[in-house]
Write a protein that binds this ligand. Structure first.
Ligand code: NAD
Ligand code: ZN
Length: 381
């Protein structure tokens, strides 16, 4: 089968690989119909996630048709079209029972807090991902969720990660009616978080990025103010100034760890004293939220990154919440929101490219070329 393969930092290609096989009675094999490249894949692509092995296949955002099931699979059958949440979760452990499907205790044997994730290095379980014609899906009685017959596959594939992650960013923030919410990052996750912040009752939604075309896209939501931090002397002062010097009620970090050198490159010539590779957006979020406010982090960091200015968190009395999205928990309500037209995830898709051209897809998404927001890969039929 055709599959994406990692060859080393910033080197990926499409290759022929053996078909995945059922290894456990609760596995299913899915023929992938749509799969996406995510900002999380860029951490792998840039070589920033420990134990990302050459030869592995990325891809934690995919939907497809079940073509084979293990003998203990009862919840889905051959021929079903399913949304596959990016978290691999057993459904029965202490955490899964509380709806913390992103923190499953059983799915990942590595000594990390995170449950397993498709195509996300051996730190997150070592499972091959869905940027391929076929994928093996463990715990098939838990994750895979039937795609409603009238749902567009482009909407369905954005329910595997982007929509639940944006929604959970707003949910974790505990937004109160009328709140001012600042979202750092106008990628798919940040834009969806901004949309969901409004859904949760925010009175004002402000989004910050450096890519003008993404800011312009965000302004398409009439309630969204969008600003380029490259045009500011100091984003923290800027946000304070436009919030009556109080700061935002809520700040959402939808950026995460930046590629080494990115921070330096983006602030050259500015007054900001930040080191290359430091978590710029996270610092801005903590420093521009009001006293007693909430910082909600969905941007991804390395397991042991130690980047929080904890003294500011303490002195300001902040609440900081962070997690991998719990996709399975959120799917029922998000499927409803899509079907009722409240959320329009597929509106984020700017590029649809054949899986054969996966290397071009990564190059484009990584460098933010051709005004790309979300890229869908289409396996051969
Ligand atoms: P993306 O690369 O498309 O978007 C990131 C955006 O952040 C870019 O537009 C970039 O210009 C902008 N940016 C960079 N530095 C910034 C700064 N200092 N301030 C403001 N904006 C800045 O990625 P994406 O797909 O939108 O994902 C965003 C983050 O969310 C990534 O870290 C990804 O790993 C993470 N993520 C988390 C989860 C989860 O479950 N927690 C799920 C999916 C993605
Ligand atoms: Zn993703």
């Amino acid at each position: 089968m055709l599959a994406m393969e990692y060859r080393g930092p910033r080197r990926v290609r499409a290759v022929q690989k053996p078909m995945p096989e059922i290894k456990h009675p609760q596995d299913a094999i899915v023929r992938v119909l749509r799969t996406c490249i995510c900002g999380s894949d860029l951490h792998l692509y840039n070589g920033n996630v420990p134990d990302t092995r050459v030869g592995s296949t990325f891809g934690h955002e995919f939907v497809g048709e079940i073509v084979e099931v293990g003998k203990e699979v009862t919840k889905v059958k051959v021929g079903d079209r399913v949304i596959v949440p990016f978290n691999i979760a057993c459904g029965e452990c202490h955490f899964c029972r509380q709806g913390m499907f992103g923190n499953c205790h059983e799915s990942n044997t590595e000594a990390t807090a995170v449950g397993a994730i498709f195509g996300y290095s051996h730190t997150a379980g070592g499972f091959d991902g869905g940027q391929a014609e076929y994928a093996r899906v463990p715990y098939a009685n838990v994750g895979p969720t039937i795609i409603p017959p009238d749902m567009d596959l482009d909407d369905a594939v954005l329910l595997t990660d982007v929509t639940p992650t944006g929604y959970q960013a707003a949910e974790m923030a505990g937004i109160q009616t009328g709140d001012t919410v600042v979202v750092f990052g106008a990628g798919p996750i940040g834009i969806m978080a901004a949309r969901c912040a409004w859904l949760f009752g925010a009175g004002r939604v402000i989004i910050i990025d450096k890519e003008d075309y993404r800011l312009e896209f965000a302004r398409g939501y009439s309630y969204c103010e969008a600003y380029n931090y490259r045009e500011m002397d100091d984003p923290v002062v800027f946000i304070k100034k436009i919030t009556d010097w109080m700061g935002a009620d809520v700040c959402i970090d939808a950026v995460g760890a930046e590629a080494q050198g990115n921070a330096l490159q983006t602030i050259t010539g500015r007054k900001l004293l930040l080191q290359a590779g430091s978590a710029t957006a996270l610092h801005w979020a903590i420093n521009s939220v009001k006293k007693g406010g909430v910082v909600s982090i969905v941007g991804v960091y390395g397991p042991t990154d130690n980047l929080v200015p904890i003294g500011n968190v303490l002195n300001k009395g902040l609440t900081v919440r962070a997690n991998q999205a719990s996709v399975k928990r959120l799917l029922p309500r998000l499927i409803d929101h899509v079907q009722n037209g409240i959320l329009n995830p597929k509106g984020l898709i700017t590029h649809r490219i054949p899986l054969e051209e996966v290397a071009d897809g990564y190059r484009m998404f990584s460098a933010k070329l051709d005004e790309c927001i979300k890229t869908v890969l289409i396996p051969p039929t």
